[in-house]
Write a protein that binds this ligand. Structure first.
Ligand code: AMP
Ligand code: MG
Length: 368
């Protein structure tokens, strides 16, 4: 009941916020009073707020009422399908659930072409991040109970105790993308196979929303009647097309020190994806210590660096999400190098309050 009330409250705040047409990156759906409020909603803007993939989905599209309402329905069906049929590790209807259930199985598990491409990209990021970004941390993220922190409300947070050193050691022994074997399909009509060692479990939480942005982008491209759209998935943002008055999309970058405000605004035109990872997005406290949701695969504890938040700007949703997590883990110096290697723009908010960004990001960012 409490949770239901919370979702309604968040929805109401966002709906109000939509009326200034702005969105914010970072903050898992806590999109309050966002943006700089510098333009008004135009007549053809339609808005819709709902929940899917465990987060708040906020959509604004420029289209006729009929086209917009058909699009909203299709978008929600796409997101629900992505969660239920592909990504969820909780639902036995999903492909990830089946892969996890096959861990230790000598025959492995056959996977779809889409899953093969997704896993290949994640394994590549594992290598290029020096093992910091690791989708096999399922045993560890479950031990920390991360997904319950947000969904379970105050009771879960109050009862929280960090895992013991022994529990962490055991869970860490089950992780490691270097022990995943992905065998590509060799001939047409054949499926690729994945082999996980006993006890290993995938957790695609670091890329799920980004993949969703990529899929939504494809849906918008197919939908001739939508001239412009901005969609926020709990703080991962997709912009598409333009507004009738030609002004740019405004995406606020959340201030990690005061999440009701922004450190600055990105002004974007056309199709872009912005994802943010931060230590303020999901966390719990026990005995005065704060624990956040991005884990260091070497120690099993929340990653520590001088970075409080990282935002990635790129055309590719999956990359924006994966790299925001990876760059958070690597810190600003190595994260900057990785972003450059991948050809994406990056912005770090550091723990001393300073902002460091790639050269290309400067063209889009206005500090507040
Ligand atoms: P994001 O908010 O996109 O940075 O993703 C954070 C989520 O990714 C967490 O809630 C976990 O499900 C998962 N995760 C945590 N640590 C890691 C890691 N080192 N590598 C990959 N995924 C992680
Ligand atoms: Mg991510």
């Amino acid at each position: 009941m409490k949770l239901f009330f919370r979702i309604i409250m968040v929805g109401a705040v966002i709906f109000y916020c939509c009326s200034c047409g702005n969105v914010r990156s970072g903050g898992w759906g806590r999109a309050s009073a966002g943006g700089d409020g510098d333009f008004e909603v135009q007549e053809s803007a339609r808005q819709y707020v709902d929940t899917a993939m465990g987060t708040v989905i906020q959509q604004t599209v420029y289209a006729s009422e009929e086209t917009a309402s058909a699009f909203f329905q299709e978008a929600m069906a796409l997101l629900t399908g992505l969660e239920q049929e592909e990504l969820s590790w909780r639902l036995d209807t999903s492909e990830v659930w089946q892969i996890n259930a096959s861990a230790g199985n000598e025959e492995g598990c056959s996977i779809s072409e889409e899953m093969e491409a997704l896993l290949q990209e994640c394994l590549e990021l594992y290598g290029r991040s020096g093992g910091a970004f690791d989708i096999t941390l399922g045993p560890l993220t479950r031990l920390w109970n991360i997904d319950k922190w947000a969904a379970g409300g105050e009771e879960v947070k109050n009862d929280f105790r960090p895992p013991s050193a022994e529990e962490l050691r055991y869970a860490l022994g089950l992780c490691g993308s270097d022990r995943v074997r992905l065998v590509p399909a060799v001939s047409e009509g054949e499926e690729a196979r994945i082999f996980l060692p006993e006890g290993m479990q995938l957790d695609l939480g670091a890329v799920g929303k980004g993949l969703a942005l990529s899929r939504l982008s494809g849906l918008l491209e197919e939908e001739a009647g939508v001239s412009g759209a901005v969609i926020s998935l709990g703080g991962s943002i997709l912009t598409f097309g333009g507004k009738p008055d030609g002004s740019s999309w405004k995406v606020g970058i959340v201030n990690p020190f005061d999440t009701s405000s922004n450190v600055g605004i990105l002004s974007l035109e056309g199709q872009w994806c912005v994802s943010t990872s931060g230590d303020y997005e999901r966390y719990v406290e026990a005995d005065g210590v704060r624990y956040h949701h991005i884990l260091n695969p070497d120690t099993g504890y929340p990653a520590e660096s001088e970075v409080r938040g990282v935002s990635i700007l790129t055309k590719d949703g999956l990359l924006s999400d994966g790299l925001s997590t990876a760059c958070f883990l690597l810190g600003s110096e190595r994260g900057m190098e990785l972003a450059e290697e991948y050809g994406v723009e990056v912005l770090f908010v550091l723990s001393d309050g300073s902002i460091v960004m790639s050269e290309g990001m400067e063209a889009y960012f206005t500090e507040l």
